[in-house]
Design a protein around this ligand. Structure first.
Ligand code: SF4
Length: 392
């Protein structure tokens, strides 16, 4: 029998008091979250995540798992920063460096817009050749040719860089980009907020305070944004909990985060592997479940299939995730660091993954308006314990 929250409730279970809080809708503390990370009872943690996911989904939507038909567009891989975990920017031979002209950006977009995508997710390196004027032109050109496509673009790191280049405020930078066609912001560049990890990984960009400030400014301007957390870069479980708590606090203030995306580092092309511990499948499932529980004010938690791979992403849906991200044509950043997932997962395959994990596929737009709810199917799904065991 699958573990359900009711099995975890009560004094007999070491996590019983936390389960009671989840059941009662009481906010978890830092200590609660750390206890969850230290626990070996992965099935109980998953049951709590699944319970919280269902409650966040609301009546009638308990089985919904969202995805979007989208593409990634990365106009430049040149960057003034040299974060040690980054294989995408400043390549040393394996991936040639590039900076696309506006026409090249449009060509890349055209190939995928023809496939029926709804969203372009655009991020890139911090490249002085790609200043605010460049991105205004890129956005205007894309919106002129594809007015129906939502532009989710520019991480807080890029906003800080462009604002500093221009000598203007974050607010003015965002307003200019919004006037050019920016529709929402992705959640990249948060990495881990802890200063010690950032120092070890040579993260000299956007501090935690500035990253959160920029998202707050974006929310106040009416932009929806996402938030990420990068693991496998020498962080501790306490660092992860503190990262989530800072996001929760920001969300309480400005409320514009839609989705949290736990990410794992890929190491190809980096020199950090000997200094770090690679997260296991169980670690990654805990990140999904515990983020669902701690981030009680985030509507959605994403199982980013392109990093997790299909099997782990499917299991993550039973640990609190309710979104598989997108069909993602043209992804370059994770693949530059060794991800081997197929570059474009067709809509049919995406829906099959959701069905065979026991959920109902829902195609969405960038801001979670529902475009289509797939027909319900009754399939026989192997027990969750068996699927988790197969990952270990
Ligand atoms: S992670 Fe971002 S800021 Fe750091 S080197 Fe890579 S592209 Fe540049």
């Amino acid at each position: 029998m699958a573990v359900v929250l009711e099995n975890v409730l009560g004094k007999a279970n070491p996590l019983g008091d936390i389960a009671q809080k989840v059941y009662d809708g009481v906010r978890l503390t830092r200590e609660d979250a750390i206890r969850l990370y230290k626990s070996d009872d992965i099935m109980a943690i998953g049951a709590l995540g699944e319970y919280a996911r269902k409650r966040a989904a609301g009546p009638g939507r308990e089985k919904y798992v969202y995805y979007i038909h989208n593409m990634h567009l990365n106009p430049t891989n040149m960057c003034v920063q040299t974060c040690r975990f980054c294989s995408y920017a400043n390549p040393t031979g394996k991936n040639p460096s590039y900076t696309w002209s506006i026409d090249q950006v449009l060509d890349a977009a055209r190939r995928n817009v023809e496939l029926g995508i709804h969203e372009i997710h655009m991020v890139g390196g911090l490249n002085p050749a790609c200043n605010l004027d460049y991105y205004e032109e890129v956005l205007k050109a894309l919106k002129a040719e594809f007015p129906h496509i939502h532009m989710k673009a520019m991480t807080a790191v890029e906003i800080e860089y462009l604002a500093d280049l221009e000598g203007i405020s974050y607010e003015e930078t965002l307003k200019r980009l919004m006037a050019a066609g920016l529709g929402s912001m992705p959640g990249g560049g948060a990495e881990i907020f802890d200063d010690g990890v950032r120092e070890r990984m040579a993260v000299n960009k956007t501090t935690a305070a500035v990253w959160l400030e920029i998202h707050g400014v974006a929310h106040n301007l009416g932009l929806k944004t996402n938030a990420t957390m990068l693991t496998g870069i020498s962080e501790t479980e306490e660092n992860k909990v503190d990262h989530m708590l800072q996001l929760r606090e920001q969300q309480d203030k400005t409320g514009g985060f839609q989705c949290f995306i736990p990410l794992k580092c890929y190491y190809d092309g980096t020199n950090i592997q000997e200094e770090v511990t690679e997260p296991t499948a169980i670690d990654l499932l805990k990140d999904v479940a515990i983020s669902r529980l701690v981030l009680d004010n985030f509507p959605h938690i994403k199982a980013y299939w392109i990093q997790l791979g299909e099997t782990l992403a499917q299991v993550a849906l039973s640990f609190g995730a309710d979104d598989l991200d997108g069909t993602i044509a043209e992804e370059k950043i994770t693949h530059a660091a060794g991800a081997t997932t197929p570059l474009q997962l067709a809509k049919e395959r995406m829906e099959e993954l959701i069905y065979t994990a026991g959920y109902l596929p829902v195609e969405r737009d960038t801001v979670y308006n529902i475009k289509r709810v797939a027909e319900a199917k009754t399939l026989t799904i192997p027990p969750l314990e068996q699927r988790v065991a197969a990952l270990c």
